[in-house]
Design a protein around this ligand. Sequence first.
Ligand SMILES: CC(C)(COP(=O)(O)OP(=O)(O)OC[C@H]1O[C@@H](n2cnc3c(N)ncnc32)[C@H](O)[C@@H]1OP(=O)(O)O)[C@@H](O)C(=O)NCCC(=O)NCCS
Length: 308
Amino acid sequence: VPSVEVRRLTADGIPALAREVDRARAAGEFRASSDPAAEFFVKSAAVDPGLVAGAFEGDELVGFVSAEFKVIVVRPDRRRRGIGRALVKIALDSERARGRPQAILGVLPGDASTTAFLRATGFAFHSTLWDLDLPRDSAVAEPVWPDGHAARPFDRRRDVGPWVRLFNAAFADHATPLQLDESFIVAGLDDPAIEDADTGLLEETVSGDLVGFSATAPVRHGGVVAERGEIWTIGVRPDRQGAGLGRQLLRWGVRRLRAIGVRDVTLAVNGRNERALGLYETEGFVRSRTRERWARPVEREAPAVERG
Ligand SMILES: CC(C)(COP(=O)(O)OP(=O)(O)OC[C@H]1O[C@@H](n2cnc3c(N)ncnc32)[C@H](O)[C@@H]1OP(=O)(O)O)[C@@H](O)C(=O)NCCC(=O)NCCS
């Protein structure tokens, strides 16, 4: 058996990652991740390779992990050799280095082998993520904003900093906390498949302060918008939550996606986030599938049964 080295990815590892992601996607091994169709993962890794760690045999990539995308994959002919364990270890190290309290990975309900692996490596069930679809014929009203507020498209020349701060404030107490880094957004702006107007910002017109946003993630191939598109995130500043702004932001996102040609609008929401789930269902979204989230605290010692 050739020796395996586990390390954070660097830019020169991206082509090997892209090949292995193609294999894994075809085998259905991305379906439990944060990016079930594996549309954004390689692009994000190209922007920030440190989001991914790889297991290498020479130049060959035989496994990878990304807690950010909640995915871990070992090539089928290399399984049951401890590579998964080694990838978990490096994922915990990098989550700890980023100040995250836990590493979270995804698994499909009923996937007995991945569930056995997660248990064996110290993970415990955390929550269920719901995938929701909006039927094509469901009417979604035009958003109405409170007096003194207006929605406008994101503008990369002035909004990056304020939007990232709003995003991180809105998600600080989320079930699986999501925190963005400004440099990541800046680097991603070079991607021709992402347009500023895919994200709407709600501002107080007098102060110019941002109080909410709706970020959509349509898929574009060569400028053509795919039939299926996602509301990636909506967020409201903590002091303005619970006053109906989220519903209006959701409507903004649905209408934006439909306006550019998306027919099947989808989104995913953590089952612990009951208020958001209720909001989406009352706007017509229907539950379709679930993905499980399993978590392991980063400080915890390895279980006694673990090797090495
Ligand atoms: C899950 C996965 C990453 C595990 O990788 P791996 O390199 O085979 O894992 P390891 O060899 O480090 O296994 C560690 C322990 O997990 C448990 N385990 C792993 N695979 C198992 C299986 N198929 N059945 C039962 N237990 C299993 C065992 O306890 C194992 O220790 P042991 O070999 O000493 O008994 C790999 O099977 C895989 O890529 N699966 C498909 C990808 C996927 O669906 N990922 C979902 C996450 S989004």
